[in-house]
Design a protein around this ligand. Structure first.
Ligand code: NAD
Length: 345
């Protein structure tokens, strides 16, 4: 049996990840695309097959459709996801889960009241380098992790999103809401929870619109950079740097510093994971790199989503994971605004 999927929102993440990865999955079939710019849906239907749906409701009401990918702008995730779950469709929703905690909770309630899977697209957990690094930490390869630094930065969504414009929705206070911190930080805070199997307890941050301007030449209404200092429940200290102004080269690297050595992730192109121990020994792992804006590899997210539906498994990135990351980013933004550290409940 093939899972019939509809993709709602036909911009960059659909074109570069969702559509090609469904098309490559032997257990999935793309049944329909919808975008409120119909030419974008038509373009993807021409590229990947499937029909163009006339509306979201037409998808929701179609009994032949089993599952939906929500790839629209942030402010619409809640509405589209809740509608789809209430209609009995499994949902893979892009990050951030929602723009508010109340929105995320409404999605979780709709999931609880359905028999469907709700998974959030935090793809960093599926990168082979991160899976290997997590295993290394868990096996005690570098002893107890004491500190870390992680960063995620690129040249900004106006170079990535379908509309390459200074008026990108990513820069809008009402539509993006969380800025670079939400766009990128949500990935990295989720990753740290995953790598350390620990929860972030306290967060302090500085952020701002340092360089991006809108079409009137004014600074954008959301942050384009944020640097956070965090402390985990287990006492690990770390920094999380997020940027839409890393012009020239994307940086997605993480270093974990333990009692007996360090693990470096994405610091070296050939060896995405490197272990350097205090006794002078080292080990390098030649595995796939992560998806970058310029180099798209298989994220693994779609395969995991389809597998959950087929096998009735719980999603590897749950709505609760999405909610926790959202709360962490909100706490960072509050910390930056109020110039203090914030305890995360
Ligand atoms: N997991 C990742 O690494 C990753 C990377 C990039 C983007 N994203 C997320 O994916 C989502 C989409 O981002 P993108 O980069 O593809 O943006 P994009 O601007 O390229 O595409 C978004 C598309 O959604 C359409 N759209 C918006 N609201 C709609 C609605 N209500 N109904 C139908 N269509 C609607 C727009 O017309 C546009 O074509 C965002 O939430 C973003 O945070 C995730």
């Amino acid at each position: 049996m093939k899972i019939k999927v509809a993709i709602i929102g036909c911009g960059s993440i659909s074109e570069f990840r969702h559509a090609p990865e469904y098309a490559a999955n032997a257990h999935a079939e793309i049944a329909a695309f919808f975008d409120h710019n119909p030419e974008r849906a038509e373009r993807l239907a021409d590229m990947f097959g499937g029909k163009v749906a006339p509306s979201i409701d037409a998808i929701i009401e179609d009994p032949a459709i089993d599952a939906v990918s929500v790839c629209t702008s942030n402010e619409t995730h809640e509405e589209v996801t809740v509608k789809a779950l209430r209609a009995g469709k499994h949902v893979l929703c892009e990050k951030p889960i929602a723009i508010s905690v109340a929105g995320a909770r409404a999605m979780m309630k709709a999931e609880e009241e359905s028999d469907c899977v709700l998974m959030i697209g935090h793809n960093q957990r599926f990168s082979k380098a991160h899976i290997v690094a997590r295993r290394l930490v868990a096996s005690g390869e570098i002893g107890k992790v004491l500190t870390f630094q992680t960063t995620f930065g690129h040249s900004g969504p106006e170079h990535w999103a379908f509309e390459k414009s200074k008026d990108s929705w990513f820069f809008s206070k009402d539509r993006s809401v969380l800025g670079a911190a939400g766009d990128l930080g949500i990935h990295k805070l989720d990753l740290i929870r995953y790598l350390l199997e620990d929860e972030i307890a306290d967060i302090a941050a500085f952020g701002g619109a340092l360089h991006k301007t809108d079409s009137d030449g004014e600074p954008i209404a959301v942050n384009d950079n944020m640097v956070c200092i965090v402390k985990t429940e287990g006492g690990v200290l770390g920094t999380v740097s997020l940027s839409w102004t890393y012009y020239g080269e994307e940086d997605n690297s993480t270093t974990l510093y333990g009692e007996k050595g360090i693990v470096k992730i994405f610091a070296n192109e050939t060896y995405p994971v490197q272990v350097k121990r205090s006794d002078g020994t080292s080990r390098q792992y030649e595995i796939d790199g992560i998806q970058t804006n310029d180099s798209q590899t298989d994220s693994g997210v779609i395969d995991a989503f389809i597998d959950c539906i087929l096998k009735g498994k719980k999603p590897p990135v749950s709505a609760r994971d999405g909610l926790v990351s959202l709360k962490l980013i909100q706490a960072a933004m509050k910390a930056a605004e109020e110039r203090r550290s914030v305890r995360v409940k």
